[in-house]
Design a protein around this ligand. Sequence first.
Ligand code: C5P
Length: 230
Amino acid sequence: HRLWVIVPAAGIGSRMQADRPKQYLPLGQGYVADYTLSLLHQALPDSQILVPLHHQDQWWPTLDCATAHWLETLPGGQERAHSVRNALETLTGRAQDNDWVLVHDIARPCVSVGDIHHLIATLAQHPVGGLLAAPVADTMKRAQGDQQVTETVSRDGLWHALTPQMFRYGLLKQALNQAEASHQTITDEASAIEALGLTPRLVTGSRFNLKITHPEDLTLAEYILAARSQ
Ligand code: C5P
Protein backbone atom coordinates (compact mmCIF):
# COMPACT_ATOMS: atom_id res chain seq x y z
CA HIS A 1 0.00 0.00 0.00
CA ARG A 2 1.11 3.54 -0.66
CA LEU A 3 1.76 5.96 2.14
CA TRP A 4 0.67 9.60 1.90
CA VAL A 5 1.84 12.29 4.28
CA ILE A 6 -0.28 15.24 5.46
CA VAL A 7 1.30 18.03 7.50
CA PRO A 8 -1.42 20.45 8.66
CA ALA A 9 0.18 23.90 8.76
CA ALA A 10 -2.80 26.24 8.64
CA GLY A 11 -2.82 27.16 12.34
CA ILE A 12 -2.02 30.63 13.56
CA GLY A 13 -0.96 29.57 17.08
CA SER A 14 -1.93 32.51 19.31
CA ARG A 15 -0.31 30.98 22.42
CA MET A 16 3.19 31.80 21.14
CA GLN A 17 2.59 35.58 21.33
CA ALA A 18 4.78 35.99 18.25
CA ASP A 19 4.40 38.14 15.13
CA ARG A 20 3.91 35.11 12.91
CA PRO A 21 2.56 31.52 13.15
CA LYS A 22 4.85 29.28 15.22
CA GLN A 23 5.92 27.09 12.28
CA TYR A 24 7.66 30.14 10.77
CA LEU A 25 9.70 31.03 13.85
CA PRO A 26 13.49 30.65 13.62
CA LEU A 27 14.94 27.38 14.90
CA GLY A 28 18.60 26.35 14.63
CA GLN A 29 19.84 27.24 11.14
CA GLY A 30 16.38 27.75 9.66
CA TYR A 31 12.68 27.74 10.54
CA VAL A 32 10.52 25.27 12.49
CA ALA A 33 8.67 24.20 9.32
CA ASP A 34 11.89 23.47 7.41
CA TYR A 35 13.04 21.08 10.15
CA THR A 36 9.73 19.25 10.31
CA LEU A 37 9.29 18.88 6.54
CA SER A 38 12.85 17.87 5.71
CA LEU A 39 12.84 15.31 8.53
CA LEU A 40 9.65 13.75 7.12
CA HIS A 41 11.14 13.68 3.64
CA GLN A 42 14.31 12.08 5.00
CA ALA A 43 12.21 9.38 6.72
CA LEU A 44 9.83 8.85 3.75
CA PRO A 45 11.66 9.87 0.55
CA ASP A 46 9.11 8.18 -1.74
CA SER A 47 5.99 9.80 -0.26
CA GLN A 48 4.22 12.91 -1.47
CA ILE A 49 3.78 15.42 1.38
CA LEU A 50 0.58 17.51 1.38
CA VAL A 51 0.63 20.76 3.34
CA PRO A 52 -2.62 22.66 4.04
CA LEU A 53 -1.84 26.36 4.52
CA HIS A 54 -3.85 29.30 5.87
CA HIS A 55 -5.39 31.37 3.05
CA GLN A 56 -3.56 34.44 4.30
CA ASP A 57 -0.22 32.68 4.76
CA GLN A 58 2.57 34.98 3.57
CA TRP A 59 5.59 33.18 5.03
CA TRP A 60 5.58 29.84 3.16
CA PRO A 61 7.69 31.15 0.22
CA THR A 62 10.51 32.06 2.65
CA LEU A 63 11.13 28.40 3.57
CA ASP A 64 14.10 26.53 2.10
CA CYS A 65 11.86 23.65 1.06
CA ALA A 66 8.96 25.78 -0.28
CA THR A 67 9.50 24.67 -3.88
CA ALA A 68 10.56 21.08 -3.25
CA HIS A 69 9.03 18.67 -5.80
CA TRP A 70 7.95 16.27 -3.02
CA LEU A 71 5.69 18.94 -1.47
CA GLU A 72 2.19 20.04 -2.47
CA THR A 73 0.31 22.88 -0.77
CA LEU A 74 -3.46 23.30 -0.58
CA PRO A 75 -5.95 25.52 1.29
CA GLY A 76 -6.36 24.72 5.00
CA GLY A 77 -9.57 25.02 7.00
CA GLN A 78 -11.02 26.69 10.07
CA GLU A 79 -9.95 23.84 12.39
CA ARG A 80 -7.08 21.41 12.20
CA ALA A 81 -9.54 18.62 11.28
CA HIS A 82 -10.82 20.70 8.33
CA SER A 83 -7.29 21.18 7.10
CA VAL A 84 -6.71 17.41 7.17
CA ARG A 85 -10.07 16.77 5.47
CA ASN A 86 -9.15 19.15 2.66
CA ALA A 87 -5.96 17.21 2.10
CA LEU A 88 -7.84 13.88 2.06
CA GLU A 89 -10.24 15.36 -0.52
CA THR A 90 -7.26 16.31 -2.68
CA LEU A 91 -6.28 12.63 -2.70
CA THR A 92 -9.63 11.48 -4.10
CA GLY A 93 -8.92 9.34 -7.15
CA ARG A 94 -5.23 9.07 -6.25
CA ALA A 95 -5.36 7.20 -2.95
CA GLN A 96 -6.92 3.76 -2.39
CA ASP A 97 -9.01 3.04 0.73
CA ASN A 98 -6.34 0.73 2.14
CA ASP A 99 -3.46 3.16 1.57
CA TRP A 100 -1.89 4.68 4.67
CA VAL A 101 -2.16 8.35 5.56
CA LEU A 102 0.40 9.66 8.02
CA VAL A 103 -0.52 12.98 9.66
CA HIS A 104 2.11 15.03 11.47
CA ASP A 105 1.91 18.49 13.11
CA ILE A 106 4.14 21.06 11.41
CA ALA A 107 4.83 22.30 14.96
CA ARG A 108 6.67 19.06 15.95
CA PRO A 109 10.17 19.52 14.49
CA CYS A 110 11.87 17.16 16.96
CA VAL A 111 10.25 13.92 15.80
CA SER A 112 12.94 11.35 14.94
CA VAL A 113 13.29 9.26 11.79
CA GLY A 114 13.56 6.26 14.10
CA ASP A 115 10.17 6.92 15.73
CA ILE A 116 8.48 7.41 12.34
CA HIS A 117 9.88 4.10 11.08
CA HIS A 118 8.95 2.37 14.35
CA LEU A 119 5.33 3.60 14.02
CA ILE A 120 5.06 2.39 10.43
CA ALA A 121 6.66 -0.99 11.14
CA THR A 122 4.47 -1.62 14.21
CA LEU A 123 1.25 -0.79 12.35
CA ALA A 124 2.12 -2.60 9.11
CA GLN A 125 -0.48 -5.38 9.61
CA HIS A 126 -2.96 -3.31 11.62
CA PRO A 127 -6.43 -2.97 10.07
CA VAL A 128 -7.04 0.57 11.40
CA GLY A 129 -3.86 2.39 12.40
CA GLY A 130 -2.51 4.21 15.41
CA LEU A 131 -0.29 6.94 16.80
CA LEU A 132 2.91 7.72 18.60
CA ALA A 133 2.29 8.28 22.30
CA ALA A 134 4.25 8.71 25.52
CA PRO A 135 3.17 7.45 28.96
CA VAL A 136 2.21 10.20 31.42
CA ALA A 137 4.89 10.60 34.09
CA ASP A 138 3.40 13.25 36.37
CA THR A 139 0.64 12.82 38.93
CA MET A 140 -2.52 14.18 37.32
CA LYS A 141 -4.96 16.57 39.03
CA ARG A 142 -8.38 17.77 37.99
CA ALA A 143 -9.24 21.26 39.23
CA GLN A 144 -12.07 23.76 39.11
CA GLY A 145 -11.77 27.16 37.46
CA ASP A 146 -10.30 28.61 40.67
CA GLN A 147 -7.50 26.00 40.65
CA GLN A 148 -8.87 24.17 43.69
CA VAL A 149 -8.15 20.46 43.28
CA THR A 150 -11.26 18.35 42.96
CA GLU A 151 -9.65 15.03 42.14
CA THR A 152 -6.40 13.16 41.61
CA VAL A 153 -6.69 11.24 38.35
CA SER A 154 -4.82 7.95 38.24
CA ARG A 155 -2.09 8.14 35.60
CA ASP A 156 -2.39 4.39 35.09
CA GLY A 157 -3.11 3.86 31.42
CA LEU A 158 -2.83 7.58 30.56
CA TRP A 159 -0.74 8.58 27.55
CA HIS A 160 0.19 11.80 25.77
CA ALA A 161 -1.07 11.59 22.19
CA LEU A 162 1.74 12.68 19.83
CA THR A 163 2.04 12.76 16.07
CA PRO A 164 2.58 11.20 13.54
CA GLN A 165 -0.76 9.43 13.60
CA MET A 166 -1.29 6.92 10.81
CA PHE A 167 -4.59 5.50 9.56
CA ARG A 168 -6.08 3.81 6.51
CA TYR A 169 -7.16 6.42 3.97
CA GLY A 170 -10.79 5.25 3.63
CA LEU A 171 -11.37 5.00 7.38
CA LEU A 172 -9.79 8.35 8.15
CA LYS A 173 -11.88 10.09 5.51
CA GLN A 174 -15.05 8.48 6.85
CA ALA A 175 -14.10 9.34 10.44
CA LEU A 176 -13.38 13.02 9.77
CA ASN A 177 -16.51 13.42 7.62
CA GLN A 178 -18.60 11.92 10.41
CA ALA A 179 -16.97 14.12 13.07
CA GLU A 180 -17.80 17.14 10.94
CA ALA A 181 -21.40 16.04 10.38
CA SER A 182 -21.94 15.49 14.13
CA HIS A 183 -20.17 18.74 15.09
CA GLN A 184 -17.73 16.78 17.22
CA THR A 185 -14.70 18.87 18.24
CA ILE A 186 -11.56 16.86 17.71
CA THR A 187 -7.90 17.78 18.13
CA ASP A 188 -6.37 14.68 16.61
CA GLU A 189 -7.18 12.03 13.99
CA ALA A 190 -7.36 9.21 16.54
CA SER A 191 -10.35 10.70 18.36
CA ALA A 192 -12.36 10.75 15.12
CA ILE A 193 -11.43 7.09 14.53
CA GLU A 194 -12.44 6.24 18.12
CA ALA A 195 -15.84 7.89 17.56
CA LEU A 196 -16.43 5.31 14.78
CA GLY A 197 -16.04 2.60 17.46
CA LEU A 198 -12.61 1.59 16.18
CA THR A 199 -9.48 1.14 18.29
CA PRO A 200 -6.25 2.92 17.36
CA ARG A 201 -3.00 1.32 18.52
CA LEU A 202 -0.57 3.33 20.69
CA VAL A 203 3.10 3.06 19.71
CA THR A 204 5.57 4.31 22.31
CA GLY A 205 7.49 7.33 21.07
CA SER A 206 10.10 9.71 22.47
CA ARG A 207 9.07 12.52 24.82
CA PHE A 208 11.49 14.74 22.89
CA ASN A 209 8.82 14.89 20.16
CA LEU A 210 7.32 18.04 21.68
CA LYS A 211 4.80 20.36 20.06
CA ILE A 212 5.97 23.95 19.88
CA THR A 213 3.17 25.70 21.77
CA HIS A 214 4.68 28.15 24.26
CA PRO A 215 7.81 30.32 23.83
CA GLU A 216 9.96 28.10 26.09
CA ASP A 217 9.29 25.11 23.81
CA LEU A 218 11.56 26.69 21.20
CA THR A 219 14.44 26.70 23.69
CA LEU A 220 13.87 23.02 24.38
CA ALA A 221 13.63 22.22 20.66
CA GLU A 222 16.95 24.00 19.97
CA TYR A 223 18.58 21.88 22.65
CA ILE A 224 17.10 18.61 21.43
CA LEU A 225 18.11 19.22 17.79
CA ALA A 226 21.60 20.37 18.77
CA ALA A 227 22.12 17.30 20.97
CA ARG A 228 21.02 15.03 18.11
CA SER A 229 23.36 16.52 15.54
CA GLN A 230 26.46 15.93 17.69
O1 C5P B 1 -2.59 24.90 17.47
P1 C5P B 1 -2.14 23.49 17.54
O2 C5P B 1 -0.75 23.35 18.06
O3 C5P B 1 -3.08 22.55 18.23
O4 C5P B 1 -2.08 23.00 16.01
C1 C5P B 1 -1.68 21.69 15.70
C2 C5P B 1 -1.38 21.60 14.20
O5 C5P B 1 -2.55 21.79 13.41
C3 C5P B 1 -0.37 22.63 13.73
O6 C5P B 1 0.53 21.97 12.87
C4 C5P B 1 -1.25 23.66 13.02
O7 C5P B 1 -0.59 24.37 12.00
C5 C5P B 1 -2.36 22.78 12.43
N1 C5P B 1 -3.63 23.50 12.17
C6 C5P B 1 -4.16 23.52 10.87
N2 C5P B 1 -5.34 24.17 10.60
C7 C5P B 1 -6.00 24.84 11.58
C8 C5P B 1 -5.47 24.82 12.91
C9 C5P B 1 -4.30 24.14 13.17
O8 C5P B 1 -3.57 22.95 9.96
N3 C5P B 1 -7.11 25.49 11.28
